[in-house]
Design a protein around this ligand. Structure first.
Ligand SMILES: Nc1ncnc2c1ncn2[C@@H]1O[C@H](COP(=O)(O)OP(=O)(O)OP(=O)(O)O)[C@@H](O)[C@H]1O
Length: 323
């Protein structure tokens, strides 16, 4: 427990947009902009922030579904950021992803047995009997009846499809799973069942999760620590309950205040109203990139980017943290 499983150092992902029609210089989206963080073995680190702040891009970078523009990614202490596809093969078995949309992420023309067994058959040679056996075990593990393995995805509900996605993700006994908004496409009544399943599997199989979510209630329920991102950058990281009770970054406080939190103690927190719109990740503001929206911004915030400073397990990037 508490060994570092995944670590990123100064990771960046910039997307170059196509050049304009007049042949002018193409613009660059700063999707992930110099992020450093660690994920401990067996923990759930939640990644939160408004739409477009770079959560999915960061999740995909960590498991090398995307190549970083610069920076380093370490898995079990090894720098995998420049690994070739061939070299990634072994590591990739230990890293999986669960996607948001269980309708789009399952091939409608494939039977469930083939969907779940896909990662197995690409990595391991197995007979049809062994495949059936393993898929049957996996289906039981995620609460599905194995008699349904010859059916197609359209014959299942959203929650069941997400269970199929989860069975596929755990087929190779991974250690690290990026859960990218795994329940946000599901009915609220189904969400907690899938969350409980993820928690049970984590316990049984010693899994480590990066849990990407918009829903701060779910995050408070499932995560050990939370990382708050804004415009490609980390604003705050810390123990989830401590961050929820005493947010130190004005942006974290805003996110919590804007979210319907059932805890009456948190509900009474003073509301914080942000100015303006989220700036463009193409034209990132100078200094602290949050300054154009921050009600507490002063002159230095416009000029100097605050470093991410860690004290007593809490990291924060702000010139004037809240008391
Ligand atoms: N392939 C791409 N090409 C160009 N821009 C991209 C690409 N992928 C992502 N982006 C941009 O990078 C930024 C970060 O996107 P990302 O999907 O990582 O954010 P997010 O926080 O996961 O958002 P959401 O919660 O809406 O999924 C956005 O501005 C997005 O438009």
């Amino acid at each position: 427990m508490n060994d570092i499983l995944v670590k990123v150092e100064n990771i960046k992902k910039y997307f170059a947009l196509d050049s304009g029609v007049m042949g002018d210089k193409g613009e660059v989206v700063h999707a992930v902009d110099d992020v450093s963080l660690e994920i401990k073995e067996n923990e759930t680190l939640a990644l939160v922030g408004e739409s477009g702040c770079g959560k999915s891009t960061l999740g995909r970078l960590l498991i090398r579904l995307l190549d970083p523009s610069s920076g380093h990614i370490y898995y079990k202490g090894e720098d995998i950021s420049q690994y070739s596809n061939r070299k990634m093969r072994k590591t990739r078995k230990e890293m999986q992803i669960i996607f948001q949309d269980p309708f789009a992420s399952l091939n409608p023309r494939m039977r469930i047995i083939d969907i779940i067994a896909e990662p197995l058959t690409t990595h391991i040679r197995m007979s049809q009997k062994e495949k059936k056996q393993r898929v049957s075990e996996l289906m039981k593990l995620v609460g599905l009846r194995s008699e349904y393995m010859m059916r197609y995805p359209h014959m299942f509900s959203g929650g069941q499809r997400q269970r199929i996605g989860i069975a596929r993700a755990i087929a190779l006994n991974p250690k690290f799973i990026v859960c990218d908004e795994p329940v946000s496409a599901l009915d609220v009544s189904i969400q907690s069942q899938v969350i409980n399943l993820l928690q049970d599997l984590q316990e049984q199989k010693d899994l480590t999760y990066l849990f990407i979510s918009h829903d701060l209630n779910i995050v408070s329920h499932i995560s050990d620590r939370v990382c708050v991102m804004f415009l490609g950058k980390v604003m705050e990281i810390g123990d989830t309950h401590e961050v929820y009770e005493h947010p130190l970054h004005p942006y974290t406080k805003f996110l919590l205040a804007a979210s319907p939190v059932p805890d009456p103690h948190l509900r009474n927190q003073k509301k914080l109203v942000l100015k303006g719109e989220i700036p463009s990740p193409i034209h990132v503001p100078s200094g602290c990139r949050f300054h154009t929206r921050c009600p507490f911004a002063r002159e230095i915030c416009k000029e100097k980017e605050p470093p991410l400073v860690t004290r007593e397990g809490r990291s924060i990037s702000c010139h004037f943290p809240l008391e």
